[in-house]
Design a protein around this ligand. Structure first.
Ligand code: MF3
Ligand code: CO
Length: 249
């Protein structure tokens, strides 16, 4: 069942989203070569604590960290680690914030130091792909329209769209219906209704889309070793259009 949210519930999720957005903005300011993703994970925990929020991912299905930190060919669910980031790396930091029981989910990819032209194009295209998906979202939009907008744009730029991981409804729990693929056919699938809150979180690869799972049972990486990036927002469908609950203002 899809939980449709009231205006009040959306407002509370927006509060969580604002904390999350500000946390990403702080990461963007401090990230640099030599820093570890374990340090960033601790920074996020401290930041959330200061804002009376908690990291929902910690303890979720046995996951141990506040963030996922996926570097270069890692697609998602990378573990924070003590290896320093190098200039030229790209890293996706993904987190879910719980504020008074309301959730928001947002991942952002960062370039570390000087990154290649290819990496920089990947970041730009992946972020734009997310906004293409948001741009077509509204009451009456079909789920396939979102995937189609993302897929045609990303593939048109010569990149591929990960199939195995998709967006999801959110609230009251982290993963709720509906499923939101980042690929698909226009005019197919469920119609969006007022009060739906879900994530759009395209993972885009420079090479081909298939992924393989690390032995840790969590981390997915590209089979061909190519770079992968991800941007994710939590959005609410309202009569005034989609509201991005995790927008970085
Ligand atoms: N934020 C991730 C998502 O988009 C959740 C990752 S699973 C976790 O659904 F266990 F790490 F939380
Ligand atoms: Co998500």
């Amino acid at each position: 069942m899809i939980h449709l949210k009231t205006e009040r519930e959306i407002q509370l999720m927006h509060e969580a989203g604002k904390i999350l957005a500000n946390c990403h903005k702080e990461i963007a300011k401090i990230i640099e070569p030599g820093m570890t993703t374990m340090y960033i994970d601790q920074f996020v925990e401290d930041f959330l604590k200061k804002h009376n929020a908690t990291p929902e991912q910690k303890g979720y299905k046995g996951y141990k960290y506040a963030t996922c930190a996926s570097i270069n060919d890692e697609i998602c669910h990378g573990f924070p680690r003590k290896t320093p980031l190098k200039s030229g790396d790209i890293v996706t930091i993904d987190m879910v914030v719980n504020y008074n029981g309301a959730l928001a989910d947002s991942a952002w990819s960062y370039g570390v130091g000087e990154i290649s032209e290819e990496a920089s194009k990947l970041l730009q295209v992946t972020k734009e792909a997310l906004y293409k998906g948001i741009g077509v979202s509204g009451i009456g939009t079909r789920i396939g329209d979102i995937g189609h907008a993302i897929q045609t744009f990303a593939e048109g730029e010569g990149f591929s769209v990960v199939r195995e991981f998709i967006g999801h409804g959110i609230g009251p729990t982290l993963h709720e219906p509906p499923e939101v693929p980042h690929f698909g056919l226009p005019n197919k699938g469920l119609r969006l209704k007022e009060g739906m809150v879900f994530t759009i979180e395209p993972m885009i690869n420079v090479g081909d889309w298939p992924s393989k799972m690390d032995n840790n049972g969590w981390t997915a990486r590209t089979v061909d070793g190519s770079l992968s990036a991800q941007y994710e927002h939590t959005i609410a469908i309202t009569k005034n259009g989609p509201i991005i609950l995790t927008e970085q203002l």
